[in-house]
Design a protein around this ligand. Structure first.
Ligand code: M5T
Ligand code: MG
Length: 580
C-alpha cells in the first residue's frame, strides 16, 4: 500500500478551496465600502435634507450589502464544502486503515487513541481548513483596509481603536453564546460517530474473525455523512450572523443621528460613526488572526497523529493467493511446527517456545494450563491475529501465511475468551457468523449452543434486541450466543477459548455432546479451565511455562503428567464434582 499525505486529500476539492477565498475578497470589499456610503448619506443627504440622495445612496448601499452577503455566504458554503468533504474522505480512509490494522498495531496505538484520531483530530483539521479558507484572506484585508480608511478620515481616530476594544469583546461574547446551542447538535452527531467507532474498534477481533470489515465500513460511512450534513447546515446558518449584526448596528446609528439632526453637527458625527465602524472591523480581524494562530499548532499536531495511523505499515498482510479447496464443514488439520512466539514490542522470555502439535481433522483437542501460561496466545496464531517469530502454523498442511487472510478466517469459527456482541437482535448477532444463514440454520446453531432455552423464554425470541456490547445479557447467555455465532458457519476448525467458563457443567456437557453429534467432522480446539468438561477429548495438551509438557488422552495424562494430575486433584478437592 502506498503512503498518502494529508495534502493529497485536499486535491480533489482544490477548486472549492480556491473559490472560497476569492468570494471572501468580495465580501471584505463590500464590508469596507458600507461605512463610506453611510458617510455620504449623512453628509449629502441628511445634513442637506435631500431625500433623493438618501434614497439613491441607500439603494447602492443595499445592492453592495446584498453582493457582500452573497459573497460571504458563498465563501462559507465553498469553504465548508471543501473542508467537510476533505475531512469525510480522510475519516473514511483512516477508518478503513484502522480496520486493516493487525492486532499488533492496534495494541500499540491503543483503541482510545485510534478513536480520538479518527474523530477529534480529523475534526480539528477540518475546522482549521475551514478557518484558513475564510479567515486567511479576510483578516489581513479587513485590518489593512479598516486602518487606512479610518485614518484617512481623521488621524486622531487611531486612539479610538484602543477604546473600542471592550465593545468588541461584548459582541464576540454574544455571538459565541448564541452559536453554542447550535453546535450542541453537531456534537451529538459527533458522539454518534464516536460510539460506532468505539464499538467497532474495541470489537476488532470479532470483526476480523468474521471478515466484516466492509459491512462495518458502511455503517460508519452513514454516521459520518450525518455529521457532515449537520455541520454544513449549522455553518450556513452561522454565516448569516455577521451581516445581521452589521445591519442592525448601522440602522441604529442612522436612527440616532437622524433624531438629533438639528442639534448635532452632522458632518462631524458622520465621520465619527464611519470611523467607529472601521475600528470595529479592525478589531474583529485582529481577533480572527489570534484565533487562527492558535489553530495552526493544534492542526499540525493532529495532522501528524492522523498521518501516523494512515501510513502505518501492516505487520500481517494477506497473501494474494486464494486457495481453491475451500470446503467448510469437513475438518481440517492444524499443525504447529516448532513455534516460538512473543508479543511485538515486548522483551524477556517468549510467551510460547518450541510448540509442536499435530491436530488431526475432526479431532477434539483440549488445551489446559494455569492462567496466563499462553493458551489464548497459542489460539491467536491459528487465525493469524499474530504471527509467530519462529516456526510455523499449518492448516491442512499449508502455512497459514500462504492463505488469503479472508479465506483463512472464513474456514474458522472462533469463540473468544471475552464474548463480544453487537447492538442488534439476537438473530442478527448469530447471523454475524454467516451472512446468508436461514432462520433454520440460526435456530439449529442456537440449539447446539444450548441458547434456545433462554431465547425462547424472551417475549420476542430471536428478535429480542441486544444492547451495545451485549450489556443486556448475562455472561453465560453472551457466551452461548458467541458459540452459536461460530457454529452457524459450520467451520472446518472450531476454536473455543475458555468459551464455556460461565456455563454450568451439565449445560457444558450437553453443548459438547451437541457439537460432537451435529458436527462430527469439525476439528475442535478448546481451551478449558475445568477438566470435567474436556476429559472426553481425544487428546489434551498440557501447557507449562510456554511449552507443551504432555499431549495425550485423559487416562494417559493421569498416569504420566504430574501437572495434569495436580490440576485434576485441585478441582476434585475444590468441589468433588468430577465424580460422575
Ligand atoms: C500469556 C501476555 C500475558 C501473559 C502471556 C493476550 C496477551 C497476552 N500477553 C501479552 O503480552 N499481550 C497480549 O495481548 O502473554 O497470555 P495468554 O495467552 O492470554 O494466557 P492464557 O490464555 O493462558 O491465560 P488465561 O487467564 O486466559 O487462562 O503473560 O501477559
Ligand atoms: Mg486466555
Amino acid at each position: 500500500m502506498k503512503n498518502r499525505s494529508i495534502k493529497s486529500f485536499v486535491k480533489p476539492y482544490l477548486w472549492l478551496a480556491l473559490i472560497a477565498p476569492l468570494c471572501m475578497v468580495g465580501e471584505v470589499l463590500a464590508d469596507l465600502k458600507q461605512p463610506n456610503y453611510m458617510n455620504t448619506i449623512l453628509k449629502e443627504g441628511v445634513a442637506k435634507g435631500d431625500i433623493d440622495t438618501i434614497l439613491a445612496i441607500a439603494l447602492r448601499m443595499g445592492i453592495t450589502l446584498i453582493i457582500g452577503v452573497a459573497c460571504g455566504v458563498l465563501c462559507t458554503v465553498f469553504a465548508s464544502m471543501a473542508s467537510q468533504r476533505f475531512a469525510n474522505d480522510l475519516r473514511v480512509a483512516l477508518y478503513s486503515k484502522v480496520m486493516q490494522l493487525s492486532l499488533a498495531e492496534t495494541d500499540d496505538f491503543s483503541t482510545g487513541s485510534l478513536v480520538t484520531r479518527i474523530t477529534n483530530d480529523i475534526n480539528t483539521l477540518q475546522e482549521f481548513m475551514n478557518m484558513l479558507l475564510r479567515m486567511f484572506v479576510r483578516s489581513p484585508l479587513m485590518f489593512l483596509g479598516g486602518v487606512i480608511l479610518c485614518i484617512q478620515i481623521d488621524s486622531r481616530y487611531a486612539i479610538i481603536i484602543a477604546l473600542a476594544l471592550p465593545i468588541q469583546l461584548m459582541i464576540m461574547f454574544l455571538i459565541v453564546r448564541r452559536a453554542n446551542p447550535m453546535f450542541k447538535d453537531v456534537q451529538k452527531k459527533l458522539d454518534k460517530v464516536n460510539s460506532v467507532v468505539q464499538e467497532d474498534v474495541s470489537g476488532a477481533r470479532v470483526i476480523k474473525a468474521y471478515v466484516k470489515e466492509e459491512y462495518e465500513n458502511e455503517r460508519f460511512d452513514n454516521a459520518n455523512k450525518n455529521l457532515r450534513d449537520t455541520n454544513i447546515r449549522v455553518l450556513n446558518l452561522m454565516s448569516l450572523m455577521g451581516p445581521f449584526m452589521m445591519i442592525i448596528m448601522n440602522i441604529a446609528i442612522i436612527a440616532i443621528i437622524y433624531i438629533n439632526r438639528n442639534t448635532l453637527d452632522i458632518n462631524v458625527s458622520a465621520d465619527i460613526m464611519t470611523a467607529i465602524t472601521y475600528i470595529t472591523q479592525i478589531l474583529m480581524s485582529l481577533n480572527m488572526f489570534g484565533m487562527m494562530f492558535q489553530q495552526v499548532s493544534r492542526a499540525l499536531a493532529c495532522a501528524s497523529r492522523v498521518r501516523e495511523v494512515l501510513n502505518c505499515p501492516l505487520s500481517i498482510e494477506s497473501s494474494a493467493e486464494k486457495s481453491e479447496d475451500a470446503e467448510s464443514g469437513s475438518g481440517a488439520s492444524v499443525t504447529f511446527e516448532n513455534v516460538c512466539f512473543r508479543y511485538p514490542n515486548t522483551s524477556g522470555n517468549p510467551v510460547l517456545s518450541e510448540i509442536s502439535l499435530d491436530i488431526r481433522p475432526g479431532e477434539f483437542v483440549a488445551i489446559v494450563g494455569s492462567t496466563g501460561v499462553g493458551k489464548t496466545s497459542l489460539l491467536n496464531l491459528i487465525p493469524r491475529f499474530y504471527d509467530p517469530f519462529e516456526g510455523k502454523v499449518l492448516l491442512n498442511g499449508r502455512d497459514v501465511r500462504d492463505y488469503d487472510l479472508e479465506d483463512l478466517r472464513n474456514r474458522m469459527g472462533i469463540v473468544l475468551q471475552k464474548s463480544e456482541l453487537f447492538a442488534g437482535s439476537i438473530a442478527d448477532n448469530i447471523r454475524f457468523g454467516k451472512e446468508d444463514a436461514t432462520d433454520e440454520e440460526i435456530r439449529k446453531a442456537a440449539e447446539i449452543a444450548q441458547a434456545t432455552e433462554f431465547i425462547d423464554s424472551f417475549l420476542e425470541g430471536f428478535e429480542t434486541p441486544v444492547s451495545e456490547k451485549g450489556a443486556s445479557l448475562s455472561g453465560g447467555q453472551k457466551q452461548r450466543l458467541s458459540i452459536a455465532r461460530a457454529l452457524v458457519r459450520k467451520p472446518s476448525v472450531l476454536i473455543m477459548d475458555d468459551a464455556t467458563s460461565a456455563l454450568d457443567l451439565a449445560t457444558e456437557a450437553r453443548l459438547l455432546q451437541g457439537i460432537h453429534r451435529e458436527m462430527k467432522d469439525t476439528t475442535l480446539i478448546m481451551v478449558a479451565q475445568r477438566i470435567a468438561g474436556i476429559r472426553h477429548a481425544d487428546r489434551i495438551a498440557v501447557l507449562e511455562n510456554g511449552r507443551i509438557s504432555a499431549f495425550a488422552p485423559h487416562d494417559e495424562l493421569m498416569k504420566n503428567s504430574q501437572c495434569y494430575r495436580e490440576i485434576y486433584d485441585s478441582q476434585l478437592k475444590g468441589g468433588a464434582y468430577l465424580a460422575e
